[in-house]
Design a protein around this ligand. Sequence first.
Ligand SMILES: [Mg+2]
Length: 351
Amino acid sequence: MSLTTDFERLTLPLEHEFGISRGSSATAENVVVRVSDDGHTGVGAAAPSAHYGETVETVEAVLPDLLASVERVGDPANHQRIAAAMDDVVRANPAARAAVDIACCDLAAKRVGLPLSRHWGLDPASAPETSFTIGLDDTERMRAKTRDAVDAGYEILKVKLGTSRDEEIVEAVRDTAPDATLRVDANEAWTPREAVSNTEWLADADVEFVEQPVPAENPDGMRFVRERGALPIAADESCVTLADVPEVAEIADIANVKLMKCGGPSEARRLIHAARAGGLDVMLGCMVSSNAAIAAAAQLAPLVDYADLDGSLLLADDPYEGVPMPDGEIDLAAVDRPGTGARLAEPVANG
Ligand SMILES: [Mg+2]
């Protein structure tokens, strides 16, 4: 059975401009990929990040070669051969590869009629709750976003930090969400010494852990914070591919795995197991992106300790619906269809 493939750019407006320590944006640009046989279509998406050297333009530049590899292999379930065939023509470019891998995983699961998590043998009831991210903004707006998130039912909030008023922000968020589980993400903004001293007042505010306090280029700094700080440390920018895991296990407590950093769900599963073997807890994160990508990550959630899969929840509008996340609960059992669960929210009627 032969496969056909295509892709298209998707510009997604955000609910609020999304700010982190490195900058902010009002839209997310994704590239949706489709892989079809004569009965089913698998869907995936790339959410490229400039921090890892990708843009929608680089994704669109490499997709024709990656998709030609998939068509040559002809079997969407043969992830090993597809990965090797893609390696032959394109190296790196993890978000582009992730889109292709997601679409192939989706199609393979649709062919056997199973939701992807069940196809992988996972327990849908084991997914942890997802956090909801409060992006950087002026403090009063972060307070308002926190109030909205609490009113919407989210019980775990991830607060972006990395400003000169971090303490004021955490005070405002904690004041507005006294019962929420709080995590913070500095996106590499602190020096190791700042980070150690910040963990003191963050621990007093009952924060659960600190993500990427210092730059990934400074692994000794990460180790310093982990050894002297008052809170567990999660590695995000420090933990990109499988090859990073041995070092991450030395310098952090939690590995933040993202499909768009490592190249898709097939590689993410290897990364998750390797991280566990290294004694790390595992978090599944995401970029701001459509459910065409997030739904696949949600299917992996039973394998991890922490989930941060709010990428589609931050959008003003997503043409794709995926795995429902009422109050942050990743409700895999509610998805009664095969594959990742991603599908166009309002199918256009024929004619
Ligand atoms: Mg992060």
